[in-house]
Design a protein around this ligand. Structure first.
Ligand code: AMP
Length: 225
């Protein structure tokens, strides 16, 4: 990736954003900022921010924009300040999520003299979202992710590495998945349309295997204007 390339990864819950974000950041050697991961870390560590965000996450709603945006502003600013004269490429996973967050996001980038290169939109069918998320299990110790059918643990419901009992993420319960999808369609679709009009959207078919999706994303980023 060239210097200072800023990309955003957007997709429904279960679209594989988290998995792809790690692979893409690794491939291009750019810093990955995942709001979902930062918020979950805060929930785990019972910080004030985490306790506040948990109420929203567990119900499938978005955490308040002020919390998320100020959190992102701090992370981005300190990253950029420590990188004077060096590559400041960044990949955002799960942020911005709606037009309100995007407005503040664009202000932050403006202040830092950075601009978005491409918005990678992983498009996936609803039935695949349900299939993936209801079968997803997590190791509470190392956060390794399993799928009960396609990537099951070797021993019944135990993490292969830690031997700890796997759990279902609170927000992977069926009612919460339904809510997350509703929120996504209502708030994030307009954001995708906003960037489509600016010719910034690289649309990827997320129904394919993880390896194929990664190849398509890399090809898409390389072509982004
Ligand atoms: P994710 O791991 O990206 O699916 O995010 C999990 C949950 O964290 C979401 O359902 C939201 O409750 C919260 N979250 C993550 N990113 C954001 C964001 N940019 N704005 C508000 N809430 C967020």
């Amino acid at each position: 990736m060239k210097n200072n390339l800023i990309c955003v990864l957007i997709g429904a819950p279960g679209a594989g954003k988290g998995t792809q974000a790690k692979s893409v950041a690794n491939y291009y050697n750019c810093k990955l900022i995942s709001t979902g991961d930062i918020l979950r870390e805060n929930v785990e560590n019972r910080t004030l921010l985490g306790l506040e965000a948990k109420k929203y996450i567990d119900n499938g709603n978005l955490a308040p924009a002020q919390i998320v945006v100020s959190m992102i502003k701090n992370v981005v600013k300190s990253f950029v300040e420590n990188k004077a004269g060096a590559d400041k490429s960044l990949l955002f996973d799960g942020f911005p999520r709606d037009l309100e967050q995007n407005k503040l996001f664009e202000q932050i980038l403006d202040e830092l003299n950075l601009s978005i290169k491409g918005v990678i939109y992983i498009n996936i069918d609803d039935d695949i979202v349900y299939e993936r998320l209801t079968n997803r299990r997590i190791c509470p110790k190392c956060n390794r992710v399993y799928h009960l059918k396609f990537n099951p643990p070797k021993f019944d419901n135990l993490c292969d590495d830690c031997k700890v009992k796997l759990i279902t993420r609170e927000d992977d319960k069926i009612d919460v998945i339904k809510k997350r999808l509703e929120v996504y369609k209502k708030l994030t679709y307009p954001l995708i349309e906003y960037y489509r009009k600016k010719n910034k959207v690289v649309e990827i078919n997320g129904n394919k295997s993880a390896d194929d999706v990664l190849k398509d994303i890399i090809a898409g980023i390389n072509c982004a204007k």
